[in-house]
Design a protein around this ligand. Structure first.
Ligand code: NAD
Length: 382
């Protein structure tokens, strides 16, 4: 298949591009390098040194003989996007290319507006591009489990059967997101669903959980292929952030009570989920939703797991409960369905002590790159 990976220079997109290329797909990447610019803005960095995209794809070609074409540009520039679609005529368009940090979207008015314009307009352009240029192309869009929030009933995969005043219907599952970033994903989902209905677009919305880990078989082939790994209070996500904190002697920063429970998955499963979605496309006009995570943990569970492994590795690490910078429930019911990807063949990599140890040891090699003043949360919701 010809597959475009938008956001292919990022944490999820880069390993996905390599994996799909290895599987024999004809892969190209769109990215505007925005993520690298946000690091400059925040005076932050990836703990792993990352080569520039041109070097990355040249190394991949040298090692495997496989070419990944790159298009540097912004999904918000419609002419650019249309031209890429004209040249590539993709069978699948994998869309990772958004501003994905909740804290970044909550910095101030400008960052909230930037996040929603970047994400919502970018996705609208992709929808128009598919309609005009490649109407049969399957859109595989990264959503987030955070679209659902934390309702007091089990979360279904996209839709909920409702009985109301004697009548029944299957309706989109209610969305109660917790940041302007998560709201941008909800707005995307609505726009995609609408265009499936009116234009017959085929789309899969992957409501992904929090991704941990950094390596796949492919990124481990050479240091130039290394994946980025974020640890700062703005872009670092739970688990990866805790592991890095433990190696630099920082307390593990649990926000509030730590009972916040979420779905998680290994980056090795992210790449496989994209392959599964691509190989089993949605029907024309279908807006298909999969919940893409493999296990549920509370933030405190994760901190305790990391603390245990870190202690075994000789790091004396404490768990610190910080005042929660976010507005969210800290103790709540959480259970979400996640059977659809498994029914299509996903075999999850589960979170064992060995997995934590492996990430921790990789991080150890780069711990001198950590900028400590960036580790604590600096953005508050109020
Ligand atoms: P990332 O920031 O590492 O990668 C996103 C990439 O998209 C970056 O390389 C960035 O430069 C590019 N990009 C952003 N806006 C663009 C635009 N307008 N035009 C072109 N390129 C643009 O993020 P990630 O962690 O790889 O996440 C990828 C996707 O998965 C996001 O949509 C995110 O919301 C979703 N997701 C991620 C996680 C996670 O834990 N990382 C969890 C759930 C969902």
């Amino acid at each position: 298949m010809n597959i475009i990976i938008a956001g292919g220079d990022g944490f999820c997109g880069w390993p996905t591009a390599l994996y799909l290329s290895k599987q024999g797909h004809d892969v190209s990447i769109i990215d505007n390098m925005a993520r690298r610019k946000w690091d400059e803005e925040l005076k932050s960095n990836s703990i792993t040194p990352i080569a520039d995209l041109k070097e990355r794809v040249e190394k991949w070609k040298e090692l495997t003989g496989k070419e990944i074409r790159t298009y540097e540009g912004d999904l918000n520039h419609y002419d650019f996007l249309k031209e890429v679609l004209r040249q590539e005529r993709p069978d699948a368009f994998v869309h990772f290319a958004e501003q994905r940090s909740a804290p970044y979207s909550m910095i101030d008015r400008e960052h909230a507006i930037f996040t929603q314009v970047n994400n919502v307009v970018g996705t609208l352009n992709v929808l128009y591009g598919i309609k005009e240029m490649v109407p049969d192309c399957h859109l595989i869009k990264l959503g987030t489990m955070g679209e659902y929030g934390t309702p007091n009933i089990p979360i279904e995969e996209g839709y909920l059967e409702v009985e109301h005043k004697g009548r029944k219907d299957v309706l989109p599952y209610p969305k109660q997101p917790g940041s302007f970033y998560h709201l941008s994903k909800v707005h995307d989902s609505h726009n995609i669903m609408f265009t499936c209905k009116i234009w017959g677009i085929r789309a899969t919305d992957l409501n992904q959980g929090v991704v941990y880990g950094l390596d796949t078989e492919e990124t481990q082939m050479d240091p130039i292929l290394a994946n980025r790994l974020d640890y700062d209070g703005v872009f670092g996500t739970a688990l990866n952030r805790f592991i890095i904190q433990s190696t630099v002697g920082h307390d593990l920063t649990v926000y509030g009570k730590g009972g916040q429970t979420r779905g998680f998955l290994n980056i090795k499963d992210t790449v496989r989920c994209i392959e599964i979605a691509a190989e089993n496309p949605a029907d024309k006009g279908e807006f298909r939703v999969f919940n893409q995570f493999t296990e549920e943990f509370s933030v405190l569970d994760l901190a305790n797991k990391v603390q245990k492994v870190a202690q075994e590795e000789g790091f004396n690490t404490d768990v610190a409960h910080l005042d929660n910078p976010r507005v969210e429930l800290e103790d709540h019911f959480f259970h979400a369905e996640n059977t659809k990807l498994r029914d299509l063949g996903l075999e999850p990599h589960l979170l064992t002590d060995e997995v934590i140890r492996e990430i921790l040891r990789t991080v150890m090699n780069h711990k001198d790159r950590v900028i400590e003043e960036n580790v604590l949360p600096s953005v508050t919701w109020k």
